[in-house]
Design a protein around this ligand. Structure first.
Ligand code: HGY
Ligand code: MN
Ligand code: MN
Length: 424
């Protein structure tokens, strides 16, 4: 793998769905996503790797060393948020492709047969911007979400996952590869590595997260002719809910809880009609499940009070609940060893954002790594990571994957177990 060829490919893929301010608009199963998927398939074909597409649109490029052996999978996601960043997900897929190419060359040159095969995966709909919930493709693969159910999920325009994948030619039916382990590298989407001047993060656990699906039901009426006393304005009540979701963080230590409403749809959304319905999605996250539970309890009580005050109905449902996930101890030690060999500054770090590795860590030993985000921003056009850090990350992923195909982590469980000797 040459740094130049990786950077050329990375910056080329960033042109698929490129926006005016250096971002990407490449939501799951859109025409722009198809461009990146086609490119992924061409890269694999150029290297003689078989490509499979499964029933939820996950793409797998297979590098076979040992007939019939399971695969160590490397990957991330090529879909983006609306007006998102060009690094989130795409970096991990490009890094995985180039790490795999480097490893294939080394295996051929050294002639030492590994224990496992290698695969690169582009997971479907990690972002969840168009089709909720997020981390969909990897969760279906890991058996955490039902494929038939997910295929019926519709976007705001009523298009289902199945229809969208069919439309871009990526509703597959190929058999899913057997998996022995998983490794993913991703931008940090926070400020820690940058602040500490470190190149690599060994992710040791993921935050507890959940979403609230909130439906505010008022009554449609004329904005000009209806007396104020007679209005049941869903948007006024919903606006108070939005502020509640923000203000509940103040009940806890600074930054102990993060929360926002990121989606709001309004019906009928006419300037002359009092809103009859508002649909909101709130995102609650914390390192402590207790904090999320307390925040949820406080919100439920306050939302019920708003419903009474406004004489309207508000339905609240939990979804997309993700327990804290701990990554295996020997995977952390492997990352730290590889970093030391490469002379890269490294530290253990939690992830607040969800990733496909959170799903995969439920079924196989998983390694998750971060590289720095400039200013810690993500899910926006301003998202940025330097070429140098990206190239360092590819070398780290290559080093970790090389050990994993030769059996590292093979016996470990995905829960942390410091007693397990590091499998060399
Ligand atoms: O859910 C997440 O945190 C990810 O960005 N999809
Ligand atoms: Mn991501
Ligand atoms: Mn993301």
């Amino acid at each position: 793998m040459s740094a130049a060829s990786f950077l050329t490919d990375f910056h080329h893929v960033a042109t698929f769905g490129a926006t005016d301010n250096n971002g990407v608009e490449r939501q799951a199963a859109t025409a722009e996503d198809k461009l990146s998927r086609d490119w992924f398939a061409e890269f694999a074909a150029r290297h003689g790797w078989e490509v499979r597409v499964d029933g939820i649109g996950n793409m797998f490029a297979l590098i076979d060393f040992v007939p019939g052996a399971p695969y160590v999978m490397l990957g991330s996601h090529l879909d983006s948020q609306p007006l998102g960043g060009r690094f989130d997900g795409a970096y991990g897929v490009l890094a995985a492709l180039h790490a795999a190419a480097e490893i294939a060359e080394r295996v051929a040159a050294e002639g030492k047969v590994p224990v496992h095969n290698l695969a690169v995966v582009n997971w479907f709909n990690e972002e969840g911007g168009r089709f909720a919930p997020s981390i969909m493709g990897s969760s279906v693969f890991a058996g955490l979400m039902d494929e038939t159910e997910m295929l019926q999920v519709a976007d705001l325009g009523g298009v289902t996952v199945a229809q969208a994948l069919e439309a871009i030619g990526y509703l597959g039916s190929d058999q899913r590869p057997d998996v022995a382990g998983y490794a993913e590298i991703h931008i940090e989407q926070g400020r820690i590595l940058e602040r500490e001047g470190l190149t690599l993060g060994a992710v040791d656990y993921s935050w507890h997260t959940q979403k609230l699906d909130i439906e505010v039901l008022g009554e449609q009426s004329h904005t000009g002719a209806t007396a104020m006393a007679d209005r049941h304005d869903a948007l006024v009540a919903a606006s108070k809910v939005v502020l509640l979701v923000h203000d509940v963080t103040r009940k806890f230590a600074a930054e102990a809880l993060v929360s926002s409403v990121g989606r709001l749809t309004l019906e009928p959304n006419s300037p002359i009609v009092v809103a009859r319905r508002v649909h909101l999605v709130a995102d609650l996250r914390s390192a402590s499940p207790q904090v999320v539970a307390e925040a949820r309890g406080s919100l439920m009580a306050d939302i019920a009070q708003i419903a009474r005050d406004h004489d309207i109905r508000i339905n609240v449902n939990d979804f997309d609940i993700r327990e804290i996930q701990y990554y295996p101890q020997d995977g952390l030690e492997l990352t730290e060893k590889v970093a030391a060999n490469l002379g890269l500054g490294v530290r253990r770090i939690r992830t607040m954002a969800g990733h496909d590795s959170v799903a995969m860590n439920r079924i196989v030993p998983t390694v998750m790594m971060f590289i720095p985000s400039v200013d810690g921003v993500s899910h926006c056009e301003r998202e940025f990571t330097t070429d140098a850090d990206m190239v360092s990350g590819v070398a780290a992923l290559t080093g970790v994957a090389w050990k994993m195909i030769h059996g590292a982590l093979a016996e470990t469980s995905s829960q942390p177990d410091s007693t397990k000797a590091f499998a060399s």
